[in-house]
Design a protein around this ligand. Structure first.
Ligand SMILES: Nc1ncnc2c1ncn2[C@@H]1O[C@H](COP(=O)(O)OP(=O)(O)OP(=O)(O)O)[C@@H](O)[C@H]1O
Ligand SMILES: [Mg+2]
Length: 360
């Protein structure tokens, strides 16, 4: 029972990981107010809840804001397994087939045939730019051999387990999961296809993403097991193909787009990365040549959506875990990614195509 005088204030306290009010999550089973003392029972979902201190501080502050409250006493405990299971069931129920065919979440896989063209850099920065524009954004680092998203977003946090669900950590306003969060240290992962498939499926099903506007998937290079698994798991995903300006790269990029199409995915367009770098004297240094983006777009019959120049700030931001779109939005590469985010923001998920449209 929660004393009605405390109800409103406590109702505003949100679990930082599950992003729902504690009261709604049954995390505050009891709270009373007697003689100026608010006594609150707080039940955490797991004993080692990393957000425990913050939750307690938020509860204390909320209760203290209620007129007539002079002292706040919080008794902290851990949910019984039965209560936790009920909570997990409820969370599950609230996300029927998280990313099934009817989802309103726009799913965008960032792919390329070739390694090192900047998929992960583009994914991380695009995610941060979309989140900064008010969208709820998630990222799956599907590059199991070269996972890099956590470092690019500057976080070493791991998901929190609640029952058999995982709450993804958040960095720069973006929720993320990566294989890197499940291996010790900097070990490399060498898994065969079925294991990869299961892990991807788990990232889609057992991570509590909440209501996402956009889910970005950072793909490993090439057209191997992960691309095929993803095509099977998410046939309604859109694909952004990243290439460098090199002509040879365009050919490889085209193949990545073709593989996506074979599984029914739609190729949204091409992003040319590592394009010419403007020099102080006004000339342009074309380290990787020119025309690869246009070439790939033409071969795939899709638009060239962005041309991201070579950028020291972009590379440094990646190394430091401080994405350039947030750290130095005026940088030309940042500006190109922000413009890409703007252009993607307005378009609707093709999964949403099924929605009934009535003529005005
Ligand atoms: N526009 C750019 N200007 C300068 N450096 C860049 C640019 N884009 C990416 N880089 C740098 O190039 C390297 C490769 O980028 P990134 O890891 O994003 O590529 P990738 O395609 O994800 O690679 P992989 O295939 O290994 O997953 C990184 O060191 C990154 O900082
Ligand atoms: Mg990568």
């Amino acid at each position: 029972m929660i004393d009605p005088r405390l109800e409103r204030a406590l109702g505003t306290v949100v679990d930082p990981e599950i992003r729902r009010p504690l009261v709604e999550l049954d995390m505050i089973p009891a709270a009373d107010l007697d003689d100026g003392t608010a006594r609150i029972r707080l039940e955490l979902t797991v004993a080692a809840c990393p957000a425990a201190d913050r939750i307690q501080a938020d509860v204390r502050q909320a209760a203290a804001s209620v007129p007539g409250v002079e002292r706040v006493e919080i008794e902290v405990d851990v949910m019984s397994p039965a209560t936790r299971q009920a909570l997990v069931e409820r969370l599950r129920g609230s996300r029927p087939q998280q990313f099934g065919p009817g989802t309103l979440t726009r799913i965008i896989a960032v792919a390329s045939g070739k390694g090192g063209v900047g998929k992960s850099t583009v994914t991380a920065n695009l995610a941060v730019a979309l989140a900064a524009r008010g969208l709820a954004v998630g990222v799956i680092d599907a590059d199991v051999h070269g996972y890099s998203i956590p470092a690019l977003l500057g976080t070493a946090d791991r998901p929190t387990r609640v029952g058999d669900m995982m709450m993804p950590p958040e960095a720069h306003g973006v929720r993320l999961v990566s294989i890197g969060m499940f291996v010790e240290g900097n070990r490399s992962v060498s898994w065969r296809g079925p294991m990869l498939h299961r892990t991807l499926a788990q990232f889609l099903a057992d991570v509590w993403w909440g209501d996402l506007d956009v889910l970005l998937i950072d793909m490993p290079p090439g057209t191997g097991d992960v691309a095929i698994s993803l095509g099977q798991l998410l046939p309604h995903a859109d694909v952004l193909v990243v290439t460098t300006p090199q002509r040879a790269a365009a050919e490889v990029a085209e193949r990545a787009g073709e593989v996506a199409r074979q599984t029914g995915q739609r190729v949204l367009g091409v992003v040319e990365n590592m394009a010419g770098l403007a020099q102080p004297d006004g000339s342009v240094l074309e380290l990787f040549g020119a025309g690869g983006g246009e070439e790939a777009a033409r071969r795939l019959g899709v638009p060239l959506l962005a041309r991201i120049p070579l950028s020291v700030a972009l590379r440094e931001g990646g190394d430091a875990g401080a994405p350039v779109v947030a750290a130095a939005p005026g940088d030309p590469a940042a500006a190109a990614i922000i413009a890409l985010a703007e252009s993607l923001r307005g378009t609707r998920s093709i999964a949403g195509r099924g929605l009934p449209v009535s003529p005005a």
